[in-house]
Design a protein around this ligand. Structure first.
Ligand code: BTN
Length: 274
């Protein structure tokens, strides 16, 4: 699959597959932006409505978690940001990345037969030969939109869709992958996006109406980290090792260390040891 053989994102095709009420009602498609999260945060400050979506064919400064960059070549993948600006209960805000991870997980499971799992907090992995490789990542930024609209978040989602293996830098080839590498066939990104927005709206509506219980359960069922021995690279050069026991009510990872102490980890990089 090359950029030339991957059809461009099309507003008409996205809308023809879209079944949402709120998410994507305002939909901005760009050829090139620095970061869809940044463009959407600007729109939020100018009063963009709940559910506004920004999607781009390429990013020149795509951002990942923990200050990393997100590889964003033109025409191959999905780079999308969604504004969630309804009054969310405070614990829902900390759960937003996991809610988005469940939406990505369900979308890929609907479209493919891949063995997809989540890695805490919000990496989406394809498991092949017992090895998990990263297909997608999520970056949530809080945006204050003023007292009238209260708390709002920009949910940024990057999915490696039609990226051939040779497009990945050498150092990522063992740990990252794309849907087309895993399935052997190209995926229509416009349809994938419409399905993703549908899943996200269902989960968002559910969380706003009924709280997080079901979403937490769905996340934990899909999450490969829980129950595993892990090493967590914390900020700076610190590390912690132990067994991932489960999640605290705000989504923090509860790690039981060798000396029996339970740590609650809110930011860090997890390495599955088995
Ligand atoms: C991660 O590190 O796993 C998170 C990656 C998030 C990438 C997406 S691509 C769309 C949105 N815009 C950005 O600049 N980042 C997110």
């Amino acid at each position: 699959m090359t950029a030339a053989s991957s059809p461009p994102l099309s507003l008409d095709t996205i809308r023809s597959h879209l079944s949402t009420n709120v998410i994507g009602a305002a939909l901005h498609l760009h050829d090139k932006v620095d970061s869809t999260n940044r463009v959407l945060a600007n729109l939020a400050h100018q009063g963009a409505p709940d559910g506004t979506v920004v999607v781009a064919e390429s990013q020149t400064a795509g951002r990942g978690r923990l200050g990393r960059t997100w590889l964003s070549p033109r025409g191959l993948n999905l780079y999308v940001s969604i504004l969630l600006a309804r009054m969310l209960p405070s614990e829902t805000v900390t759960w937003t990345p996991m809610l988005a991870a469940v939406a990505v997980f369900r979308t890929i499971r609907t479209l493919t037969t891949l063995d997809v799992r989540l890695k805490w907090p919000n990496d989406v992995l394809a498991i092949r030969g017992g090895v998990g490789r990263k297909l997608a990542g999520i970056l949530v930024d809080a945006v204050g939109t003023g007292p009238a609209s209260g708390r709002a978040v920009v949910v940024g989602i990057g999915i490696n869709v039609n990226m051939p293996v040779e497009t990945f830098p050498e150092e990522l080839r063992a740990t990252a992958t794309s849907l087309s590498i895993e399935t052997g066939s190209p995926i229509d990104r416009s349809r994938l996006l419409a399905m993703l927005l549908g899943e996200l709206e269902r989960l968002y509506d559910h969380a706003c109406a009924h709280g997080l219980g079901d979403i937490s359960a769905a996340y934990q069922a899909a999450c490969d980290t829980i129950g595993k021995p892990v090493r967590v690279e914390l900020t700076g050069s610190e590390q912690a090792e132990g067994t991932a026991e489960g999640l605290a009510s705000d989504g923090a990872l509860r790690l039981r260390t060798k000396n029996g102490k339970v740590l609650e980890i809110r930011a860090g990089d997890v390495v599955h040891l088995r």
